[in-house]
Design a protein around this ligand. Structure first.
Ligand code: ATP
Ligand code: MN
Ligand code: MN
Length: 299
């Protein structure tokens, strides 16, 4: 059953119907997180992750033997997927293999069954492929950059996006950096979003060349933060809020309140293990108004 009620866009936790084979297979061996443990985690966070991963194309990092084995990034559907997973042809790419999408918790557990370790949604929905509804500024610290400097960069991105009339939110990447994410009314097209985010990255690098770079040239990145605007292109993705990372530590990309940014919460602070306790302890979900805060990109 699809949950499409507009009054309750975040479906409640449900009973799982998709069967897992090899539930005891270790996906994060050092943390003891098994395939079933991953399914349990997703069931727990389903209400919060659902708005970010349903109804849009997904790229997927898979690892049938967990993070210790070989992993691969897949943008297209493959054979044998659970029927709860929807295959969606890209309207602009006739003849290509379809993309993958889910509508409900069964679809998500179907992805776990297919050994998906990370979920990377598009910044556009299936209802409107050509008009992105999410902007992501990916802050990538080069070698030797202090965490405090990454926080400063996130605050600067926040201010610039606010000046453009947008409402930015922040999350850890679960890797090395932070992602500043702004919900958009899907009006501007992909080229407009890319041009806007590129101009912002280039301006930051021009204003503070000792701190920021806007190009991916490796040599220039040491000691600086790459303002990676290239997520904002058609077909490009960024890791979903609450998605785990297929790296040691079982960190997840955690939505934060702006006031939570500080030395105590590093990019890998929140994990599959400690996320349920965080969510239980939170009085207010800092991302509760995420979709409601959508504003048009003025171009
Ligand atoms: P970090 O904080 O460590 O930078 P991140 O998730 O931001 O974590 P990046 O390397 O900055 O990692 O961003 C890579 C993004 O590019 C991923 O989030 C993913 O959506 C996308 N991507 C594209 N191709 C691949 C690939 N082959 N493997 C992994 N990610 C890929
Ligand atoms: Mn990054
Ligand atoms: Mn990046």
């Amino acid at each position: 059953i699809r949950e499409t009620s507009t009054s309750d866009p975040a479906p409640r936790p449900q009973r799982r119907r998709v069967k897992l084979t090899h539930p005891d297979r270790l996906y994060w061996p050092d943390e003891g997180v098994t395939k079933e443990g991953l399914a349990d985690y997703y069931t727990e966070v389903w209400r919060r992750i659902a708005p970010h991963i349903t109804g849009r194309p997904l790229a997927l990092l898979r690892g049938p033997d967990g993070i210790a084995g070989q992993t691969f990034f897949q943008k297209h559907a493959w054979k044998g997927l659970n029927p709860a997973i929807t295959l969606v042809p890209d309207p602009a790419k006739p003849g290509e293999a379809p993309l993958v999408s889910i509508n409900d918790l069964d679809g998500l557990i179907g992805l776990v069954q297919a050994a998906v370790l990370e979920i990377h949604p598009w910044g556009a929905t299936l209802a409107d492929w050509e008009h992105p509804d999410t902007l992501v500024m990916d802050l990538d610290p080069g070698e030797g950059v202090a965490w405090e400097a990454v926080i400063t960069a996130a605050r600067e991105v926040r201010e610039r996006l606010q000046q453009a009339g947008l409402e930015p939110f922040v999350k850890t990447s679960g890797g090395k950096g932070l992602h500043v994410v702004a919900p958009l009314k899907p009006e501007a097209d992909w080229p407009a979003l890319k041009a806007f985010t590129k101009a912002m990255a280039v301006a930051m690098a021009a204003d503070s060349p000792a701190l920021y770079v806007a190009t991916i040239t490796k040599a220039k990145r040491r000691g600086r933060i790459l303002i990676d605007y290239l997520r904002n292109q058609r077909g490009m993705t960024a890791v979903a809020p609450y998605s785990p990372r297929a790296r040691p530590g079982a960190a997840v990309s955690m939505p934060l309140g702006w006031s939570e940014l500080g030395p105590d919460i590093g990019p890998r602070h929140f994990t599959i293990g400690n996320t349920p306790a965080r969510l239980a302890a939170l009085d207010d979900d800092p991302w509760a108004d995420f979709r409601a805060a959508a504003a048009p990109l003025k171009v």
